[in-house]
Each structure stands twice: as structure tokens, then as C-alpha cells.
Design a binder for this molecule. Structure first.
Ligand code: PLP
Length: 393
């Protein structure tokens, strides 16, 4: 058989045709409970009526003009993002990795604009994931993603996750910024303790560094706050968001304070599609749903229910599961040596539960934020059966 696609992915042999709420329907009629939601993307579930309507209405009006012209909805969505966060300025992108690129460029350009072009280095952490463009793989520092793609890009200094002394000694006169995911996603669903985020904020203030949060995965309500860092009270200077903010429509954004972003003048950055009318229409619908009264309280409540039941599972399968990780509805089950996260996901699929895998042998759950107790019970029963079937490898 011809293989027209690059072999970069290895999807299972299922063809999904339709999604509705927390469920995906495959050709042939099988129904799956979706507890990975497009990798923390479909926060409102599949085909949320408000998002569908927003997209359909906009599709009949205007698709694209490029940023040569004002895109309908862009200023208004940026205003909403700023109204409810630390930010004063927004740049819209199509993806997470582009939001990260914008964040890194903005951080370097900030020091350039201050007459300090020599301050360009960015401190990153082991286990980080920031996307797959050249800048982002170099920031992420994962050797598996860098191998075969030429020399390492200059200007990134990676320190071990949680090693405070290494972090302090990595800061030099050339350091521009620190980039961190408040909850590491791909790296193994590891939440940074609130006190550590506050420590990073203090360190950045002390040394004149910009603090960049990558909330591409943990943001958009997933932890029960609109942005994950809100739990800590430590605001960034720059933040990259994507995944959940579009609810399944490709979009992202780079948010900055006035001080960290006002120097990005005409010509310093750009995108043909970023912030286009279709993305903005869906972006408004998703944002309005996430910020509707009670929505985030629901996320916290249902996350507590799910986590409680999962810790019961961890105890019941203590020979196979080492710990429960993450925050809110970004959840990791770290498996013990000898058991493989991807095999667990395959067993879960056989139980018609969809889940993912992350680094560090962690099985990942990122259900839609709209799940209720019925979904929780169904997922926990399926996962219980999947763990029961899991054999050492
Ligand atoms: C997924 C992800 C990215 C990359 O987003 P894309 O939309 O795939 O480019 C960047 N950072 C984090 C934390 C992510 O989880």
C-alpha cells in the first residue's frame, strides 16, 4: 500500500467519524469515552453547540483577510484575555509552538530594546516540552526531539527540574528569561509547586529576567483556574497559550505585560493566518464558556471527584502504579518499572476509554472539562479493567 503520509505518527486502527460531548463515535458504530480530548484541546467536549454555531455563522461571512487588515473579533478577544489576566498585549498564533516562538522572540527583543542585546539566553528545565519548531525543540531540550536536526541552537541553558541551586548558578549577565510550564505536560504531568513558581518570580525580579509561562497544555481552565499559574499568585511577564483556547480550532496566543510587549513594533513579528476571523469566532465562544459563572468551579469539583477515585485505583493496583500526578483535569498515572504507559492506553482503548501517554512512563488523562460523575464512573471502571489486564513487559 502506498504511504502518502510521513511516518511521524502511529495512530491505532480506528476511524472516528463524529464527536459529541465527551464521546467519539467510530465508523461501524463503536463509541469511546474520550479522556484525552485531542491532548487537552477539546475542553468543551466535541461539537459544543456554542462553538459550532460561532464557526458556522462566521463561515458564511468572512474567512480570511490576513493581518494586513483588522480581523473581526481580534481586538475584542485580546481585550477579554487582558481583562481577566496579568496581560496587556496579545499576539494571536495558529498553534502552541508559534505562541512559544513569539514568547521567546519577545523576551529577547525586550532586552534588545533596553540596549542589552547581549542578554539573549533563556533558562529551561529538564522534562520541558515547548513544541516542535526549531526554537521550541531547542528550548525543550529533549535529546530525542533534537537528534538529526543539526547543531543545537545557541542560547538555551537547561537545568534539572527542581534543582534550585543549579537554577541560581545558571543565571548570568547574558540571561534574558526563564521559560517554564506551570504543569509539565508531555514531560510526565509534573506540577510545579506554587511556592516554586513564586520563587521563580522573585528570582526573575531580582535579576531583571522575564518570566515566561508555557500554558499551552495546562491553561484554558484545565487546572480549575483559567490559567494554571493563578493558583500560585505568581504572574509571568509573558505567557504562551494554545490547545484549549480554541477548543479544537487551531489557535494560540502570546500574552505579555505592557513592559514586556510594547517594544514589539511594526515588522518585528507576524503571521499570515494568526488570529483569523474563523479562529476568533471560535475563540470567543470557547472563552465565554470557560469564563461563564460556575464553569471553573465545576472543573475543580469534578477533578476532585475523579482524582479521589483514581487514588483508590492507584491503591488497588499499587503493584503497577507508582503515583498520581498533575493538577485539576491534567492527570498522570506514573507506572512502575516493567509496566508500559502505551500498553495501558491500548488496554484502555479495548475498554473504549481513550487516554494518552507522556514522558517518564506516565499514562495521561486530560478529559473534556465538561465531564460529569457518570463519565468519571465509566472512566474509572474502564481504567480498573485496563490496569487489571496490564502485564509486565
Ligand atoms: C502541545 C504543546 C506545545 C506545542 O503546541 P502545538 O500546538 O503542538 O504547536 C507547546 N507547549 C506545550 C506545553 C504543549 O503541551
Amino acid at each position: 500500500m502506498a504511504r502518502p503520509l510521513m511516518d511521524t505518527y502511529s495512530p491505532p486502527d480506528i476511524d472516528f467519524e463524529r464527536g459529541e460531548g465527551a464521546y467519539l463515535h467510530a465508523r461501524g458504530g463503536a463509541r469511546y469515552l474520550d479522556f484525552i480530548s485531542g491532548i487537552a484541546v477539546n475542553g468543551l467536549g466535541h461539537c459544543h453547540p456554542a462553538a459550532v454555531k460561532a464557526l458556522q455563522d462566521q463561515a458564511g461571512k468572512l474567512w480570511h483577510t490576513s493581518n494586513m487588515f483588522r480581523a473581526p473579533g481580534q481586538i475584542e478577544l485580546a481585550e477579554k484575555y487582558c481583562r481577566d489576566s496579568f496581560a496587556d498585549r496579545v499576539f494571536f498564533t495558529n498553534s502552541g509552538t508559534e505562541a512559544v516562538e513569539c514568547a521567546l522572540k519577545t523576551a529577547r527583543h525586550y532586552h534588545f530594546a533596553q540596549g542589552r542585546p547581549d542578554r539573549y539566553r533563556v533558562i529551561t528545565f529538564t522534562g520541558a516540552f515547548h513544541g516542535r519548531t526549531f526554537g521550541a525543540i531547542n528550548a525543550g531540550g529533549n535529546p530525542a526531539y533534537l537528534e538529526g536536526f543539526g547543531p543545537r541552537m545557541e542560547g538555551f541553558d537547561q537545568v534539572a527540574f527542581g534543582d534550585h541551586e543549579a537554577l541560581k548558578s545558571a543565571i548570568t549577565e547574558e540571561t534574558a528569561a526563564i521559560i517554564v510550564e506551570p504543569v509539565q505536560g508531555e514531560g510526565g504531568v509534573r506540577a510545579i509547586p506554587d511556592v516554586c513558581l513564586r520563587g521563580l518570580r522573585e528570582l526573575c525580579d531580582e535579576h531583571g529576567l522575564l518570566l515566561i509561562y508555557d500554558e499551552v497544555q495546562c491553561g484554558a481552565g484545565r487546572t480549575g483556574k483559567l490559567w494554571a499559574h493563578e493558583w500560585s499568585g505568581a504572574a509571568p511577564d509573558i505567557m504562551a497559550v494554545a490547545k484549549g483556547v480554541g477548543g479544537g480550532f487551531p489557535m494560540g496566543a502570546c500574552l505579555t505585560t505592557e513592559a514586556a510587549g510594547a517594544h514589539m513594533k511594526i515588522g518585528t513579528h507576524g503571521s499570515t493566518f494568526g488570529g483569523n476571523p474563523l479562529a476568533m469566532a471560535v475563540g470567543h465562544a470557547v472563552y465565554d464558556a470557560l469564563t461563564a459563572p460556575g464553569f471553573l468551579d465545576h472543573v475543580t469539583d469534578i477533578a476532585n471527584t475523579l482524582r479521589q477515585q483514581l487514588s483508590g485505583l492507584v491503591d488497588a493496583h499499587a503493584d503497577k502504579v507508582a503515583e498520581l500526578r498533575g493538577r485539576g483535569l491534567l492527570i498522570g498515572l506514573k507506572l512502575k518499572d516493567g509496566y508500559v504507559n502505551k500498553t495501558l492506553a491500548a488496554h484502555a482503548r479495548a475498554q473504549h476509554l481513550l487516554m494518552g501517554a507522556a514522558g517518564d512512563n506516565v499514562a495521561r488523562l486530560a478529559p473534556p472539562l465538561i465531564i460529569d460523575e457518570t463519565h468519571v464512573r465509566e472512566a474509572v471502571a474502564a481504567l480498573d479493567a485496563a490496569l487489571g489486564a496490564l502485564e509486565p513487559q
